[in-house]
Design a protein. Structure first.
Length: 403
């Protein structure tokens, strides 16, 4: 049996912060897992170092389910993003090790490929409708079959999803949280205009997506969904905060626009009511924040019963290790929908050499044994951690709002 002899947390910042767990077995086999929780990185690092790693030493690395249960039930304190990201990192690293020992890519261990490739969506954003449409056209020419479109809101200094760089969106940008201003009425006017312009320029053969980022009330979201129906969006994401899951029932009563939610979910319990009541169409939980491949498969299995499909979160704060794991999951799961793909910077790609590839709007995890991703520790050591917070959001009168 491959016995775990060491586990280490590696923190690096090649343009942004990443936390990676590396587990090593007595035969020298290693596995990696992403443990990055944007803006709260050191909390997960400490949880791993102080409370998880000591319990791993000496265990059989093949016993993925037992170790998952040990860390989840055994902690007594269940769920939560810090705990579940730490468990995810261990779980991901163990799947990596199992794949390497079997000489197989992880997707083969998960049942094999259920499709030829993984459809991904890219991010088109711009300060104006024209800018966004121009970037979206660029993505379409690169072969993307699905594109998320976000544009600046006239009269507002900054808007979620609209970055300084056309291709790299990085919201965690300051040593203390940046303050953004939000106006629902201004926003609700511009989004249907954006979709109209995008359909006009791009035609109907490309999927268009949009992220509301938890900023509307259910009835406002119902209005937006209805206004967008003529443009056939693929999904409306995080239309309203999901703590009150019944809020989605109200949205559903007013629109047939498909709904996606779950990037901040960390367990099946966050999604259970939404899935069982068919209040959503896509579940966006992903490997790093929702307990690893093991737990994500459980969520997907529940979702499959209700024709809810997967749409894993894949922003740049999820490291290439998470991206690789998500692609193995996506390729094998029966109810796959789409995968978010926000390209990492060249510095990040160099620190995390990987076997996954993009061609013609589709990705593939590659056929290297395990996850097909690693961390170049020497390179990683050259990028020191630097604290960065996600922004906060306020209404024009100063009221704190959802970001
Ligand atoms: O990628 C998305 O859909 C996001 O909403 C990005 C998030 O704001 C980001 O990952 C937060 O860390
Ligand atoms: Mg989102």
């Amino acid at each position: 049996m491959p016995r775990i002899v060491s586990a280490r947390v590696i923190i690096t910042s090649p343009g942004r912060n990443f936390v990676t767990l590396k587990i090593e077995c007595d035969d020298g086999t290693t596995g990696v897992g992403d443990a990055t929780l944007n803006g709260r990185e050191l909390a997960v690092a400490a949880y791993l170092t102080e409370h998880v790693i000591p319990c791993l030493i000496g265990r059989d690395a093949h016993r993925i389910e037992d170790i998952w249960q040990y860390l989840y039930k055994g902690a007594y304190w269940r769920r939560g993003p810090v705990t579940m990201s730490a468990i995810a990192a261990v779980d991901t690293a163990l799947w990596d090790i199992k794949g390497k020992l079997a000489g197989l890519p992880v997707y083969q261990l998960l049942g094999g490929a259920a499709r030829e490739g993984v459809m991904v969506y890219g991010h088109a954003n711009g300060v104006s409708i024209e800018d966004t449409v121009a970037v979206a056209r660029d993505y379409q020419q690169q072969g993307y079959k699905a594109i998320r479109i976000q544009c600046g809101v006239p009269g507002m200094a900054s808007t979620y999803g609209v970055s300084k760089d056309r291709y790299f969106y990085e919201p965690a940008d300051a040593d203390l949280p940046t303050e953004n201003v939000w106006s629902t009425s201004k926003y609700l006017r511009v989004v249907p205009e954006l979709f109209a312009a995008a359909r006009e320029a791009l035609g109907w053969d490309v999927h268009l997506l949009h992220d509301v980022h938890h900023r509307l009330t259910p009835i406002e979201a119902g209005r937006l969904g209805k206004d967008l129906e003529p443009y056939r969006p693929f999904w409306l994401e995080d239309a309203t905060p999901a703590e009150n899951q019944d809020g989605f029932r109200l949205i559903r009563q007013h629109t047939t626009t498909p709904l996606a939610v779950g990037e901040i979910f960390n367990s099946i319990w966050d999604a259970k009511h939404l899935i069982e009541n068919q209040l959503i169409d896509y579940i966006r939980a992903t490997v790093v924040h929702a307990g690893g491949i093991t737990h994500l498969r459980r969520i997907a299995a529940l979702a499959d019963l209700y024709q809810v499909r997967t749409g894993c979160h894949g922003a740049t704060d999820l490291s290439p290790v998470c991206m690789a794991a998500a692609l193995h999951f996506d390729l094998s799961v029966p109810n796959f929908g789409v995968q978010e793909y926000m390209r990492h910077t060249p510095e990040t790609d160099a620190v995390f050499p990987h076997a996954y590839s993009f061609a013609d709007g589709m990705m593939h995890p590659g056929d290297a044994p395990g996850l097909g991703v690693d961390i170049d520790e020497e390179l990683a050591a050259g990028y020191e951690y630097s604290r960065a917070f996600l922004p906060v959001n306020r209404l024009e009168d100063g009221t704190l709002w959802s970001w």
